[in-house]
Design a protein around this ligand. Structure first.
Ligand code: FAD
Ligand code: EPU
Length: 354
């Protein structure tokens, strides 16, 4: 570790504060040590024109950080880290079958899911317990249990760094796809300021993902409702995924690979148990299953390893560095490549590599 000073607030403006040489260890769920030359917390979106008038935001590398649940720091961040700590949930209109809700980027995602349940607005219940902020949700088009957030997003309000002005992207302009969007493709361009959702008033339940119906049945008698679906999904998630409050992780470390039917057929011909789902004209394979089949579940190299609970999750057993975790990621990807000829791609953003 480098010999940086202790954090100290060096200045504040109306709606934002700035810290130099800031520790990011408490701001990433892998809990790896990393520092930023400068950290700006924005509490009021109205401060953005003043914040972006600062020269450094155009001359130094800029990283937008939410709750750090989908990021791996493989080193310090050499420039500025900007975090949206803005709050606010506003019902824009809601007289018809759907309701339109605008949510500030800094709101916690799971809090929003529960707010919607409390107000009788459906649509987000399958996405319960996903860590992170609302502002990060469109970046990789968060998805779980058969639903992707892009289905419920009407538009996204951004600060466009290229235009140096606020702007709005309609759903189609966001180019949502599996763990992908225009925001992920152009990470330096857009700062998400707020997300506008259109949510159904009447429950439109999505129960097709493996395990949901069984879990609902285990909850006992009663019609499925959005709240019961959220409860069922929560139980599944808590059973399957390691809790970042107990062991550092960023959820799935690899995306499920989408491969040609010929590759999928060859693997499934040899091992018919390999899970596979149609993805347009291609096939999506289960990265967890491939890693598990390579015997890598529970693999450990010092304090960095693969979870023994879920093969797709890399874990920090204590003092692992981002580089240690990256070494494990490369080992896992290489085993899968050698055994199956399938390339695994990281899902979290990896920063600080040289
Ligand atoms: P960060 O990790 O801070 O940032 C992620 C990316 O978004 C970075 O590229 C960052 O630059 C960018 N970003 C963040 N905020 C903004 C903004 N306001 N404007 C522009 N760019 C921004 N994901 C799923 O899709 N489905 C799951 O089921 C799921 N389960 C998870 C389970 C666990 C235990 C964990 C730890 C993670 C899981 N994730 C899952 C990943 C993660 O929760 C999501 O990707 C989440 O949206 C990240 O939010 P964040 O605020 O922590 O973003
Ligand atoms: N499996 C194994 N070994 C394991 C774990 C799982 O073989 O150790 C098999 C399961 O038996 C199942 C298959 O892998 O057949 C899929 O497992 P699971 O249902 O847990 O889903 P996943 O594909 O591993 C994806 C998302 C998760 C999301 C869940 C539920 C990706 C990369 N991951 O995981 O998202 O919560 O589905 O929809 O798409 C995340 O993105 O961080 C994340 C956690």
């Amino acid at each position: 570790m480098s010999s940086y000073r202790t954090d100290a607030a060096i200045s504040t403006g109306v709606g934002y504060s700035i810290v130099e040489n800031a520790s990011l260890e408490g701001r990433n769920t892998f809990r790896v040590a990393a520092r930023a030359a400068m950290l700006i917390d924005v509490r009021d979106a109205a401060a953005l024109p003043e914040v972006f008038a600062f020269d450094g935001l155009h001359t130094q590398p800029l990283l937008i950080l939410g709750e750090g649940s989908n990021i791996l720091f493989a080193g310090d961040w050499p420039g500025i880290v900007l975090s949206m700590a803005t709050r606010g949930i506003e019902i824009l209109d809601g007289d018809g079958d759907t309701v339109r809700v605008r949510v500030a980027a800094g709101e916690n995602w799971n809090d929003l899911v529960y707010w919607c349940l409390a107000h009788g607005f459906g649509g987000l219940e399958n996405l319960v317990l996903i860590p992170g902020t609302v502002g990060a949700a469109p970046i990789q088009n968060i998805g779980a249990y058969g639903v992707e957030v892009g289905e419920m997003i009407e538009r996204v309000q951004v600060w466009d760094r290229e235009a140096r002005a606020p702007s709005t992207l309609e759903n189609a302009e966001c180019r949502f796809a599996y763990r992908d969007s225009v925001f992920k493709q152009q990470p330096a361009r857009y700062l998400v300021v707020a997300v506008e959702f259109r949510l159904p008033r009447a429950a439109v339940l999505r129960l097709d993902y493996a395990g949901i119906s069984d879990e609902l049945a285990a909850l006992g008698d009663g019609e499925p409702t959005p709240a019961r679906v959220a409860e069922a999904v929560s139980r599944l998630r808590l059973r399957k995924l390691p809790n970042p409050a107990l062991i550092g992780n960023a959820g799935s470390f690899f995306k499920n690979p989408i491969v040609d039917t010929t590759i999928a057929d060859a693997i499934r011909g040899a091992i018919p148990a390999c899970p596979a789902w149609p993805a347009g004209s291609a096939i999506k394979l289960s990265a967890a299953w491939l890693i598990d089949a390579c015997g890598m579940k529970g693999y450990r190299d010092g304090d960095a390893g693969v979870s023994d609970q879920h093969a797709l999750v890399l874990v920090n057993h204590g003092r692992a560095s981002g580089v240690d975790l990256l070494r494990v990621a490369r080992k896992v990807a290489s085993e899968v490549w050698q055994r199956f000829g399938v390339k695994l791609e990281a899902e979290p953003r990896v920063v600080g590599t040289r």
